[in-house]
Ligand binder design. Structure first.
Ligand code: 6LW
Length: 533
């Protein structure tokens, strides 16, 4: 009896400690912490909650906002800019629209500071709840990018941005956005090209000014300077660059282009950095399709000393650092049945959507998209909803029914890096037949890679991704097996080929290729799966 009691005690203690490990700090975590196209991260903390924003360019709604309690697990809670009046994106080119945002919390208010390079320039919006709603933009008449706001202890508010020659600072009136003094050039960085992405922090009586330098490609880095005065002169940190993979230590790292960073201090006093970087496909020369993603690194920042990022200024996919106590979020189901009356936060449109082209209520449990005369090649309000490709290895599929009577009409799934680089797996009429087609568009090169006749206007489409290839499949909706249509290289959808600042998005779309049309497509369900834990 005694023995039995003893055994039970041991078992229950084990159970408690097992449970505790789920919410306790863990030795090590995986990077990136926010996967797929999520560049230029900016972060703030309010008590035990962290919030983070990233750039969204020509996509609408703009500026995804994420929440975390441990910096490792993140959940999207909305977008900052959800109304057309906040985010005009009319004919915004690829990688136009919203550049790098900054997120700050001051006196009970959240501020998101950003630039719409396709209309309006610099602005900020406020919210008491970071999930929204956010205010209308307050425009700031300063011509630059990468703005930030810094509040000094004396109550003054400073606007910090990137000009061609370096970082500029000026005092503003936070109620109106009006500048109160001429801008002053405060620091050009360490001599790397494109000194940008400024953030100011005050610590131990110093103003620390962190920058991105080297341009947001393979030479990217984060550097830092400090001064006793906000307007400088800034002294460069002897450890600069405090973060980069553009050196021998970083040359073989599967993460490249690290830079554009922001610091946050956790409640336990520990310092952390979020930065962008990209996961490369390793061939003779690197390339990347996932866009720039958000990474996390520990920072050692002693009193009166300089910040040191993860020991030697590099980061890894598998970080060895002990985390904060973990608060994971429930994993989202792979399948969307379109039963809700709103699309989930991971979905975005290209530019301000024409609202009547989309419905989740017309046919219960279906997403209806009406064909637009705009094609995917145009910088217009194309009929499309997109989500990020978040891993090299993934499977995506959808069941769709296309109501169409003309050969010029098409609907399907596209892998789109930008309007001049996309692979389209589509369904269309061809005379009396219905066909699935795989169309390639790489710059001025466009061709049909494969096509097959199908017996019905209701089909299953599927795409499998891997580091080097995308494989495209189709099946008749009536339970037939998937047939492979063709394979295409991932390389031609990479940023190295396509240019720009975004990543591959997976889009559900419909187009009537320049002609007015009644065609519409009903997506019954959509699925996206990866092995990522
Ligand atoms: C952004 C600049 C950058 O404005 O990329 O990585 C630009 N850095 O700071 C576009 O995201």
């Amino acid at each position: 009896m005694r023995l039995l009691h003893f055994t039970i005690t041991i078992v229950s203690l084990a159970a408690i400690s097992f449970f505790n490990t789920q919410v306790q700090a863990q030795n090590g975590y995986k990077n990136p912490v926010i996967r797929g196209f999520n560049p230029d991260p900016s972060i703030c903390r309010v008590n035990g909650d962290f919030y983070l924003v990233t750039s969204s360019f020509e996509y609408f709604p703009g500026i995804p906002i994420y929440h975390s309690k441990d910096l490792v697990n993140w959940k999207q809670i909305g977008h900052c800019l959800t109304r057309d009046s906040q985010l005009p994106l009319h004919q915004a080119p690829a990688s136009g629209g919203l550049f790098a945002p900054s997120l700050r919390y001051h006196n009970g208010m959240f501020y998101v500071v950003c630039t719409n390079i396709s209309g309006g320039g610099n602005f900020y919006c406020t919210a008491t709840d970071p999930a929204g709603p956010w205010s209308e933009p307050i425009w700031v008449e300063i011509n630059s990018i990468d703005p930030d706001i810094f509040w000094d202890e004396d109550g003054k508010t400073y606007f910090v941005t990137q000009g061609d020659e370096g970082i500029r600072v000026t005092e503003i009136d936070i109620q109106t956005g009006k500048t109160l003094a001429p801008e002053r050039l405060v620091w050009g960085g360490t001599g790397g090209r494109f000194p940008e992405a400024p953030h100011i922090y005050k610590k131990d009586g110093f103003y620390y000014l962190m920058l991105g330098e080297g341009g947001t490609e393979y030479m990217h880095s984060a550097t830092i300077g400090r001064s006793r005065y906000i307007y400088g002169p800034y002294e460069s940190c002897p450890l600069n660059p405090i973060l980069t993979h553009a050196n021998r230590r970083g040359q073989a790292n599967p993460i490249q282009g690290v830079g554009h960073a922001d610091f946050v201090q956790a409640q336990d006093g520990s310092w952390w950095m979020v930065c962008l970087g990209f996961r490369v496909t390793q061939t003779m020369a690197y390339y990347h399709v996932l866009g720039r993603e958000t990474f996390l690194a520990p920072v050692d920042w002693p009193k009166n000393g300089w910040p040191q990022v993860n020991g030697n200024g590099t980061i890894a996919l598998n970080m060895k650092t002990t985390t904060l106590p973990l608060h994971p979020f429930e994993k989202k189901p792979a399948r969307t049945d379109f039963n809700e009356d709103k699309l989930d936060f991971e979905w975005q449109y290209l530019r301000n959507p024409i609202r009547e082209n989309y419905s989740l209520t017309e046919k219960k449990g279906h997403l209806r998209i009406s064909a637009s005369p705009y094609t995917l090649n145009e910088t217009e309000a194309v009929s499309i909803v997109c989500r990020r490709q978040t891993e090299h290895d993934f499977t995506t599929s959808a069941l769709l029914e296309f109501i169409s009577s003309n050969d010029n009409e098409e609907a399907g799934i596209t892998l789109i890096q930008n309007n001049t680089h996309h692979y389209d797996l589509l369904l269309k009429k061809s005379g009396k037949q219905t066909i699935v087609q795989l169309r390639v568009c790489i710059g001025s090169l466009s061709y049909i890679a494969a096509e097959q006749t199908v017996s019905d206007n209701k089909v299953l489409l599927k795409i499998e991704g891997s580091p080097y290839q995308y494989t495209f499949y189709f099946a008749n909706a009536k339970g037939q097996k998937y047939m492979e249509l063709s394979r295409l290289d991932t390389r031609y959808l990479s940023t190295e080929v396509a240019g720009g600042f975004t990543g591959v998005m997976i889009g559900l779309y419909a187009s009537s290729n320049g002609k007015p049309s009644q065609a519409k497509v009903y997506y019954d369900w959509y699925e996206y799966q990866t092995d990522e834990k």
